[in-house]
Design a protein around this ligand. Structure first.
Ligand SMILES: [Zn+2]
Length: 311
């Protein structure tokens, strides 16, 4: 048993279950129930994701519904081990009954056809976070890989307003820089970057500038460190993860930063990290560097819990 709890903001494991027939109970990827049960408590945000290169013939929303059904089917196979959490009460119950807490997110609003009316469905099925874009620009905004100079249009603003009314948080990982700042201007809720690192260290446009990090911090939001090597840059070691972490802490991020490993959504992790089973390496390094227990618990678990469930 690992001596700490772990709440991670981003994985693509459900889309792998849908695509490759993986089982959540025990998968060949970066996370599964067996490994999650090694933590004092494990909570994970599972993204619905499709790259849209060959959109399904029945459309992206049909794909979204299918993947949510896959998520539910996987949970239904292990009801004594894992439970979906839509509310703080359900999350507390998962902790009390020692079941893994599974949360839903949607990575790319094109999976909801960028339609604000689809947000009622998303809220109803328990989606907690939505990325306005994935890598592809869409009707709401440019992304940080495509149409990088385009921010939120009118439809994007209506989408954000409706999502926030429904208590769904906006996730800016993948969003264009102008889209980010447009969102910061209108947001009435904490802003989340579920799986992004520091641009000051990693240099990659998928990462956050220091000003972006401060804006998220000031919104009461959350930033999850991404373990994908091209975003981390540096020497690609566990120390690179710590360097990004400490950069964000230096920006006053002790209540903001945590993890969003991009598990099963990336194919190059730091040396020694095979998946969530190796989070102990990060934990041990934080202990070795003299981090206090309260800060470690905030980073590993409590920050994300507080932002999503206002706990
Ligand atoms: Zn992503």
């Amino acid at each position: 048993m690992l001596p700490f709890s772990f709440f991670d903001a981003h994985c693509d494991t459900i889309s792998c279950c849908a695509k490759h027939g993986w089982e959540l109970a025990e998968s060949p990827g970066h996370t599964d129930l067996r490994r999650g049960e090694a933590f004092a408590h494990y909570a994970q945000v599972f993204a619905v994701f499709h790259d849209g290169a060959q959109p399904p013939p029945d459309g992206m929303f049909a794909e979204c519904v299918r993947q949510i059904e896959t998520f539910w089917a996987q949970l239904a196979r292990s009801p004594d081990r894992v439970v979906q959490c839509r509310t703080a009460a359900e999350f507390d119950q998962a902790e009390k009954t020692r079941r893994i807490a599974a949360l839903l997110s949607v990575e790319g609003a094109e999976l909801l056809e960028c339609d604000p009316k689809r947000l009622d469905f998303a809220a109803h099925v328990g989606v907690k976070l939505i990325n306005l874009t994935w890598n592809r620009a869409n009707a709401l905004s440019g992304s940080n890989a495509e149409e990088r100079g385009r921010g939120l249009g009118e439809q994007g603003r209506v989408f954000v307003k409706r999502a926030q009314e429904l208590d769904i948080l906006m996730d800016v990982s993948h969003l264009s820089d102008p889209g980010f700042w447009d969102l910061i201007e209108i947001t009435e809720k904490p802003v989340v970057a579920s799986h992004s690192d520091s641009r000051a260290l990693g240099g990659h446009p998928r990462n956050l500038t220091d000003d972006m990090f401060r804006a998220i911090r000031d919104s009461g939001g959350f930033v999850g460190l991404n373990f994908y090597l091209p975003f981390l840059g540096l020497d690609g070691s566990v120390n690179a993860v710590l360097a990004h972490l400490e950069h964000f802490l230096d920006l006053g991020g002790e209540k903001t930063v945590g993890f969003g490993g991009d598990w099963d959504g990336c194919d190059a992790l730091p040396a020694g990290i095979r998946g969530i089973q190796d989070m102990g390496l990060i934990y041990e390094e934080m202990v070795r560097r003299g981090y206090g227990q309260e800060l470690i618990d905030a980073i590993f678990y409590n920050n994300l819990k507080r932002v999503i469930f206002k706990g």
